[in-house]
Design a protein around this ligand. Structure first.
Ligand code: MG
Length: 161
C-alpha cells in the first residue's frame, strides 16, 4: 500500500469512516447480484478503488473542505457557510462523488444515487452527525461513492461477458 493510500485510509478513519463500514455498504449494494460475495471481496474491491490516485485526491479534497468549513478557516465566509450548513442547492459535494463514480461507469452512478436516497449504515450516521460538532457535507457523498464504485468493480469482475 503506498503512502498516499495509507494517508487516505487514516483520514477516513479519523472522520469516523472505516473500511469495515464501507464494506458493509458494498455488501448491501451487491449481495443481490453476487450471492456468494464475501466481506473480504468487498474490502478487496474498496482497496482497488482507493488505490487510484484520482480517487485519493477526491477523498482528501472532500475531507479538507469539510474541515476548513467547520473550522472557519476559509477566506470566503459565504462559501464557508454554504458548505458548513450543507446547503441543499450547493451540489458540489455530489459532483466530487460523481468524479469517483465516473471511473467505474453507469453501475457506480446508479449505485450512488440509490445509496444517497436509502442512506444505509454509515451514511445515515454521517448525516445524523452533520451540524453536530462536525461538518460531513462532502464526506457522506464520498463514503457513498467509494462503496458504489467498489460494488461496480465487483459487478464488472463477476459479469465478464
Ligand atoms: Mg453531502
Amino acid at each position: 500500500m503506498d503512502e498516499t493510500m495509507n494517508h487516505v485510509i487514516e483520514s477516513l478513519n479519523s472522520r469516523g469512516v472505516t473500511i469495515d463500514d464501507l464494506a458493509e455498504l458494498v455488501m448491501f449494494l451487491q449481495i443481490k447480484y453476487v450471492p456468494d460475495l464475501s466481506e473480504a471481496d468487498c474490502k478487496a474491491a474498496l482497496l482497488r478503488v482507493l488505490s487510484k490516485r484520482e480517487v485519493q485526491y477526491c477523498v482528501l479534497t472532500a475531507i479538507a473542505l469539510d474541515k476548513c468549513a467547520y473550522n472557519h478557516t476559509m477566506d470566503d465566509p459565504i462559501i464557508e457557510s454554504i458548505i458548513d450548513s450543507d446547503a441543499p442547492l450547493y451540489g458540489l459535494d455530489e459532483v466530487v462523488a460523481y468524479a469517483i463514480c465516473n471511473l467505474y461507469g453507469s453501475i457506480a452512478l446508479t449505485n450512488f444515487g440509490y445509496i444517497d436516497k436509502v442512506k444505509p449504515g454509515i451514511i445515515a450516521k454521517l448525516n445524523d452527525a452533520n451540524h453536530n460538532n462536525v461538518c460531513n457535507t462532502f464526506l457522506d457523498d464520498i463514503a457513498g461513492a467509494l462503496a458504489a464504485a467498489a460494488a461496480a468493480s465487483i459487478a464488472h469482475d463477476y459479469q465478464k461477458d
